[in-house]
Design a protein around this ligand. Structure first.
Ligand SMILES: Cc1cc2nc3c(=O)[nH]c(=O)nc-3n(C[C@H](O)[C@H](O)[C@H](O)COP(=O)(O)OP(=O)(O)OC[C@H]3O[C@@H](n4cnc5c(N)ncnc54)[C@H](O)[C@@H]3O)c2cc1C
Length: 395
């Protein structure tokens, strides 16, 4: 029996190797349109490959998979991050988990993963055909099984219902020169949200020379990928710089008023806020009165400062890249596939794995984990289907 895998990326190789391990007699061929396979793995995680995550602190998969969390919850019963961790270690790749729960090869080098995949493919006789773009499924009609692992934005090939691919994981451009001057400033415990929606994310926020970045913004871009696309990346943005609620913030300001009445407002920063950011917020909120002392602050100004700390308003003016890392939101519609096997409902010998599916995660190794899980599930499903269709004499 023969399986064609279209796409020589993370999902394609993981699928091929597992299928061959489960079913050694299966002929497996990977078709890759580019000269080089595993190109994204090579550049992933800044060349270190953040290959999974310990999922510590993730109480609901929707936090890390804005799309596809329900399906992944089901599929993780078959192959989850513990299994992926174990798989790599069993195949000789030692992994390390960072304090932020991201998992990398101990070598800190993505080539460790690439070399493993290439060596396993060679050892098991998986054929890898590069510079071989598959234009239609018709071209693969001699194969018993076809798996599409073509990555983001490529789902059209299947002729199966798709949701429109749009970018995810990007940073926000904000037209505010005074903010840009704070570039490099990091606030560890920020919350960013799109006012008037439920789209919200927390975590470190980095101010850049074009606007805002950092985990909180990347997460928000992922959760809001479709809404932002539909609004041409022009939407309001609000930030709580403190991780605290309004009454706690106002109390912190009152405490400073009581302790440092003679000091200038901008010189005593509340709640451990970076001093440059505090100066910026005071200037933006109080204007000419920013030079005042704490004792001169009236109730209205106190309220406005509190608001600047917990509901600071901006306007997103566009999207900008994040170290070239982005994933595609959208792809093969999950309604069009069998949720247990990832098999096309309309075409039983056609399967999907990886980013071609309408599943995507935030940064932190979650996207590769989705690729490993979906690829593993497909390898099992093809193996099972092959076993069922194999005649007893072939056993
Ligand atoms: C710069 C960057 C850094 C990243 N870092 C991380 C990270 O550290 N951790 C993480 O979890 N995620 C990361 N990601 C996301 C992650 O790389 C992807 O989610 C993952 O690669 C998806 O794997 P895939 O196999 O589904 O798709 P891909 O890796 O995109 O592979 C698909 C392959 O299919 C080929 N192909 C497409 N169409 C055809 C066709 N018609 N015929 C033949 N071949 C075809 C493509 O050339 C490609 O090689 C990063 C992404 C980028 C861009």
């Amino acid at each position: 029996m023969r399986t064609a895998i279209v796409g020589g990326g993370a999902a394609g190789f993981f699928l091929a190797i597992n299928l061959k391990e489960m079913c050694p007699q299966m002929e497996v061929t990977i078709f890759e349109k580019a000269k080089k396979v595993l190109a994204k793995v090579e550049v992933s995680g800044g060349g270190r490959c953040n290959c999974t995550n310990s999922f510590e602190g993730v109480t609901d998969l929707q936090q890390v998979y804005p799309r596809g969390h329900r399906l992944l919850k089901r599929l993780f019963k078959t192959f989850d991050y513990h299994d992926a961790y174990q798989w790599f270690e069993d195949h000789g790749v030692r992994l390390v988990t960072q304090d932020d729960h991201c998992v990398f090869p101990a070598s800190q080098d993505a080539h460790t993963i690439i070399n493993l995949f290439l060596a396993e493919a060679r050892r098991m006789g998986i054929e890898v055909r590069t510079q071989c773009r598959i234009e239609t499924l018709e071209a693969l009609k001699d194969y018993d099984f076809i798996a599409l692992t073509t990555g983001g934005g490529t789902a059209a090939l299947a002729g199966i219902p798709t949701t429109e691919p749009v970018p995810s994981l990007f940073t926000f451009s904000i037209a505010d020169e005074a903010l840009h001057a704070l570039m490099g400033t990091v606030v560890e415990d920020a919350t960013a949200w799109i006012p008037g929606t439920k789209l919200k994310a927390t975590g470190p926020l980095l101010i850049t020379h074009w606007g805002m970045s950092g985990p909180a913004i990347l997460k928000l871009s992922s959760h809001a990928a479709r809404e932002l696309h539909d609004h041409h990346y022009q939407m309001p943005l609000a930030v709580n710089w403190t991780g605290l609620k309004e009454p706690e913030i106002q109390q912190a300001l009152r405490d400073i008023m009581a302790q440092h009445p003679q000091k200038q407002i901008a010189t005593i920063r509340p709640l451990g806020l970076p001093s440059r950011l505090w100066e910026y917020l005071v200037q933006k909120t109080l204007g000419e009165r920013a030079q005042n002392r704490w004792q001169n602050l009236n109730q209205k100004e106190l309220n406005r400062l509190t608001n600047a700390l917990c509901n600071d308003q901006y306007q997103i003016a566009g999207r900008a890249a994040f170290k070239d890392e982005f994933v595609t939101c959208g792809g093969i519609s999950l309604d069009a596939i069998n949720p247990n096997t990832l098999q096309a409902k309309a075409l039983p010998q056609l399967y999907f794995a990886g980013e071609v599916l309408d599943i995507d995660g935030v940064t932190g190794g979650f996207n590769f984990q989705a690729a490993w899980t979906t690829a593993y599930v497909v390898s099992m499903a093809i193996n099972q289907q092959a076993c069922c269709s194999r005649s007893p004499s072939e056993e």
